[in-house]
Design a protein around this ligand. Structure first.
Ligand code: G4P
Length: 296
């Protein structure tokens, strides 16, 4: 489902999350391990404030494991706990309750010292659309409790979902908006399928992907698409469009008159990227480190 964000919408989403924060002990911030920066909300620190936070790098099955380790260390250095997971298969999900409780250790120790019996940690999942919130809620609950797809603004009574003996989740996640205003982030979000590519031009998104991948994954692209040659740098849209044209020719993406249908060719590249057919790829690295991001 496409969500059109506008300022009123963002204010409402922020207020809804702030209301839920009062009920919980720990925030589970879900991000996309392929684009850990661009899939974060630009105001996340302000919204969450000092609540303990576990950053969950979801879709780690599609991301480069070495870069996922770099990102996990990055978030820990920021003072959050961090964990790579794959909510679809459940990999890493079992560690969430223990990590959440670790974040609350001092609070729990204080409760025990006062003779109180510690209750399960209460958590809220927050994240941008399509990052896997519903999939994770269902996985933690061990059954289908969350409908996939987002419905911002729909309010209903809050319910707690039990996940084992250590964790309770609010049944409705907090829906955050991504960084639409940053053109690089916009392209990355479209490339990974977080925002509908119709918002952008699909062929431009595919060109952006080729520009981003060529320096690091050139051999992968050459092999997958049978390309004779591929420059290590595709300095502009024109150069990337030539590669997209070559891919279109190889894959028979033709329009009338034997011309390449760029949209079809773009669809091939984006489907391959999203389904992992190009391998496990992370499209950005933390600032100041080796990065795959192109200058916009
Ligand atoms: P949301 O609530 O945050 O909007 O996200 P949702 O759970 O609906 O997940 C969005 C898409 O991402 C779904 O695919 C879901 O299967 C997929 N997904 C979630 N977690 C993971 C993960 O860890 N790894 C991978 N590879 N995919 C994940 P979909 O194509 O929209 O639906 P479907 O194919 O599952 O039917």
């Amino acid at each position: 489902m496409t969500i059109q964000w506008f300022p009123g919408h963002m204010t409402r989403a922020k207020r809804q999350i702030e209301e839920k924060l009062k009920l919980i002990d720990v925030v589970l911030e879900l991000i996309d391990a392929r684009i850990p920066q661009s899939s974060r909300n630009p105001m996340i620190d302000e919204i969450i404030g000092s609540k303990p936070r576990l950053v969950l790098l979801n879709k780690a099955d599609l991301a480069d494991p070495a870069l996922t380790a770099v990102w996990t260390a990055y978030f820990r250095a920021l003072g959050h706990e961090a964990l790579a997971i794959d909510a679809s298969s459940g990999s890493g999900v079992k560690e969430i309750p223990a990590k959440a409780r670790e974040l609350l250790r001092e609070k729990i120790e204080r409760q025990v010292a006062k003779g109180m019996k510690p209750r399960p940690a209460r958590a809220l999942i927050v994240g941008i659309p399509n990052v896997g919130k519903s999939t994770l809620i269902n996985r933690l609950a061990g059954r289908n409790v969350a409908a996939t797809g987002d419905r911002p603004g729909v309010t209903k009574g809050q319910q707690w979902i039990r996940s084992g003996s250590e964790l309770e989740l609010l049944d409705t996640p907090g829906i955050l908006w991504p960084k639409f205003e940053d053109p690089v982030a916009g392209n990355l979000l479209a490339a990974t399928g977080a925002i509908k590519e119709e918002v952008l031009h699909v062929d431009e998104v595919a060109c952006f992907v080729l520009q981003t991948l060529a320096p690091v994954y050139g051999e992968v692209l050459k092999e997958r698409y049978g390309l004779q040659e591929l420059p290590a740098e595709l300095p502009n849209l024109q150069a990337a469009a030539e590669v997209l044209e070559a891919i279109g020719k190889r894959r028979g993406c033709l329009a009338g008159g034997g011309h390449v249908d760029y949209e079809k060719a773009a669809g091939v590249v984006l489907r391959d990227l999203r389904s992992g057919k190009l391998g496990r790829i992370t499209l950005e690295a933390p600032n100041g480190q080796e990065t795959f991001r192109m200058e916009s």
